[in-house]
Design a protein around this ligand. Structure first.
Ligand code: PLP
Length: 393
């Protein structure tokens, strides 16, 4: 006997993974420089040098059993204290180490948080365009996943559409800003309106409606754009953070969940996140990395290379007549498909070894996503292909 839901999830590869594998195979045939792969959000800037220095110092200074041993299930106090200090210094916040739960990156943290918040008969909403993995994470909790239509072309939040989707069964709304795939950053004004709407709905239905703020791209913003700290705007917010993108550590699996005590049922909620993590066997984030974060939580990425790519790609495509969401954050451009059919456009692009992801899987047909965490050379070499594709129409 098999769990058919799990089988179906494991059996079908995502469009993104398919394109990525295709790109690797094509590179063997035509040479890597002739494949313009924009499919996968794998950071292309190295971690700040202090990260590797910290790893070397920890290995040199700390007994091996301690470096590689289990830590407390919620994470080492030292790491949690460093994260709290950093958040408090940046946002003038009041985060305590006891409100932080260390996790193996945003993915398992989200999976645990959804299970902590909701179950059968309840719903969790995501605002399109959204990270496709939210759906299986939510559905594994037993709750229903519901998508709110996108706010096109501004890519903020369509509040009327959100309001139409909130029901008495709504347990939480997922917010992801800077956004994958749109690259949009929700403004303070947008978030203020969202908070007002959810406060009103929570009052009307007589139970809290939480925000789950998925923030792996918080540090990746350009042109002086700021990412508001959502718990200060809406207290019933849980933050899922990851160092995968900000410190270029996606393979190391480290991040945290912030569960404010001031949130509705805050203390019980923290226990529920710990319990949900336990139930999915996700306890005790990597010990070495916890020690690294204790020393490196204050570090920020050097965004120059991403910014250069962003300007070259957005500028080049804009001149050719492509329309796109304002690329303020993360490392994604979300571009309107000429002709309106992103899947067809992406197929045409693939014939020229240009690998782009249609927006359908992100709940936003008609657009395609480009990950510009690639070499500058790839961007330059791919621009003529983009030009041919739009001119051919
Ligand atoms: N959330 C979003 C919006 C993402 O884009 C990703 C990864 O690309 C994740 C969560 C998962 O990140 P992690 O590597 O920390 O599990």
């Amino acid at each position: 006997m098999l769990n058919e839901t799990s089988y179906a999830l494991g059996h079908t590869r995502s469009v993104i993974r398919d394109l990525f594998e295709y790109g690797r195979a094509r590179a063997q045939v035509v040479g890597p420089e002739n494949v313009y792969d924009y499919s996968l959000g794998n950071p292309s800037i190295p971690s700040p040098p202090e990260v590797n220095e910290a790893i070397r110092a920890i290995l040199a200074d700390t007994p091996s059993l301690e470096v590689h041993g289990y830590t407390s299930a919620v994470g080492d106090l030292e790491a949690r204290a460093a994260i709290a200090r950093d958040l408090n210094a940046r946002y003038d916040a009041d985060v305590a180490p006891e409100e932080l739960f260390l996790g193996c990156g945003a993915a398992p943290e989200l999976a645990a948080v959804f299970r902590a918040l909701a179950g059968p008969g309840e719903e969790i909403l995501a605002i399109a365009p959204y990270f496709p993995e939210y759906k299986p994470f939510v559905e594994a909790s037993g709750a229903a996943f519901r998508a709110v239509p996108p706010d096109v072309p501004g890519f903020q939040i369509d509040l009327a559409a959100l309001e139409a989707n909130v029901t008495e069964r709504t347990a939480a709304v997922i917010v992801n800003s800077p956004n994958n795939p749109s690259g949009a950053v929700y403004s303070e004004e947008t978030l203020g309106k969202l908070a007002a709407l959810l406060t009103e709905k929570a009052r009307a239905y007589g139970h809290p409606i939480y925000i789950v703020s998925d923030e792996p791209y918080r540090e990746l913003v350009y042109d002086g754009v700021e990412v508001p700290f959502l718990p200060k705007i809406y207290p019933d917010t849980l933050v899922c953070y990851s160092y995968s993108k900000s410190l270029s550590l996606p393979g190391e699996r480290i991040g945290y969940v912030y569960v404010p005590r001031a949130a509705a049922q805050g203390e019980r909620l923290y226990a529920a996140v710990a319990g949900a993590s336990r139930a999915i066997g996700h306890v005790c984030a990597p010990s070495l990395l916890q020690k690294v974060i204790a020393r490196c939580a204050h570090l920020r990425p050097d965004l120059e290379a991403y910014d250069r790519n962003r300007r070259a790609l957005a500028g080049g495509l804009g001149e050719m007549g492509y329309e796109m969401a304002r690329p303020e954050g993360a490392f994604y451009l979300f571009v309107k498909a000429p002709g309106g059919d992103a899947e067809a456009f992406s197929r045409r692009a693939k014939e020229r070894d240009l690998l782009i992801v249609p927006g359908d899987g992100f709940g936003c047909p008609g657009y395609f996503r480009l990950c510009y965490c690639v070499s500058f050379d790839r961007i330059q070499r791919s621009l003529p292909v983009f030009r041919r594709l739009i001119e051919e129409r």
